[in-house]
Design a protein around this ligand. Structure first.
Ligand code: FES
Length: 376
């Protein structure tokens, strides 16, 4: 077997690690407990750089933890922790005249087990449930209410009115998702490490398909023709739960950046924004900006707003007036009419002809600069 010199022993003192190249392949070298070992640098999950992972004693030996999402490998054997059949490629090491040499080919071959959870199959394969003549309307309520003593919510009430009208007038299939009822984790910013570390479905969902965002991904991306999102105005912005969901939708937008793959096809979005005080237009602007970046289409007049101005501190009267408002009754129906009308017009649009004029990885000014530790 041919061996390639990769660095001097001084460059890899005890308790250290580094990434080296053999031709185009990247190898993670480890020197712990006075033993030098080498495994392929690209994690079997999404090619995270194992050479940058933390090494510690666990299970039956010394393990490196992938810095992207935490998969683990024994640094001396390349195997996954006990009970997992995955095997990282393992290389042989020789020390000669103060230099470290690595075998050109692995002495133990790589093996990656199929890990996809059946709960996520539809999302992975993008099994869309919309049809030529479907009219699936999803309401997403982003207000937070106490579970045991829910207060009256203006935004959710308007959304319920819209859904009831859609079902009654158009025979639409409707679904309400209340974010407060879903247990879901905050986005953990995997994208910040590398664009490929943010996956579809979201890395958190991959790790835990029971995470509540699975429901949002399935309903919003696969099932809905029309999505109506309702939010209260909180300190001049949409609700915290809205932003918690929006951050977890980064994985949808990121498919455009990474793969020029638009997941949202021929779908309409509109918004219901209610608050005691003002800022409807800023909230609408923020939501529209985000939803257009996901690929949604807006009908004309795509938000309904309610507020009573800067001095409206008598909130008891706010709910009183809202409940009686003819304006709310009318507009909660009108936004549905507009969504349905525009949906009819876009059903036939060939979604393959729609482009995403957004920056991709290669558009970066530093795209040509190699990061020697990364595999992609
Ligand atoms: S755990 Fe390594 S890339 Fe995801």
């Amino acid at each position: 077997m041919k061996f390639i010199q990769v660095c001097s022993t001084e460059e890899l003192p005890n308790n250290s690690q580094k990434v080296v190249n053999i031709g185009k392949r990247k190898i993670a070298l480890f020197h712990y407990n006075k033993k030098i070992s080498a495994i392929a640098n690209a994690c079997l999950h999404k090619a995270g750089p194992l050479g940058l992972g933390e090494v510690s004693a666990k299970y039956d030996g010394m393990y490196v933890t992938c810095p992207w999402h935490g998969w683990e490998y024994n640094i001396e054997t390349g195997s996954a922790p006990p009970g997992f059949p995955d095997q990282q490629a393992l290389y042989e090491i020789k020390i000669q005249d103060g230099f470290i040499l690595v075998s050109e080919e692995p002495i133990v071959k790589v093996h990656r087990e199929h890990h996809n959870d059946p709960l996520l199959e539809d999302l992975i394969k993008l099994k869309y449930q919309t049809l030529e003549n479907s009219l699936n309307i999803l309401g997403i309520s982003t207000t937070n209410l106490a579970r045991n003593l829910p207060r009256y919510s203006t935004s959710e009430d308007a959304l319920e009115k819209s859904l009831a009208y859609a079902s009654e007038k158009y025979g639409a299939a409707t679904k309400m998702v209340k974010l407060r009822d879903l247990e879901f984790r905050n986005c953990e910013g995997y994208y910040s490490q590398h664009s490929h570390a943010c996956t579809w479905p979201c890395s958190i969902t991959e790790m835990n398909p029971e995470d509540g965002m699975t429901e949002v991904y399935e309903s919003m991306i696969l099932w809905a023709d029309i999505v109506i999102v309702s939010t209260p105005i909180r300190w001049g912005n949409a609700s915290a739960l809205y932003f918690k969901m929006a951050e977890r939708l980064n994985c949808v937008q990121n498919q455009i950046t990474l793969n020029n793959r638009i997941l949202v096809k021929n779908k309409i979005a509109s918004f219901i924004i209610t608050g005691g005080q003002d800022n409807i237009q800023q909230v609408a602007g923020q939501m529209m900006c985000f939803f257009t970046d996901l690929g949604f289409i807006f009908p004309p007049f795509s938000f309904l707003g309610w507020s009573r101005g800067w001095t409206a501190e008598d909130m008891d009267k706010n709910t009183l007036l809202f409940k009686k408002s003819e304006y709310i009754k009318r507009t909660s129906m009108e936004i549905v009419d507009n969504c349905v009308e525009v949906l009819k017009q876009i059903k036939d649009v060939n979604s393959h002809l729609i482009h995403a004029p957004k920056p991709r990885r290669n558009d970066s000014l530093s795209a040509e600069i190699e990061n020697k530790d990364m595999n992609i």
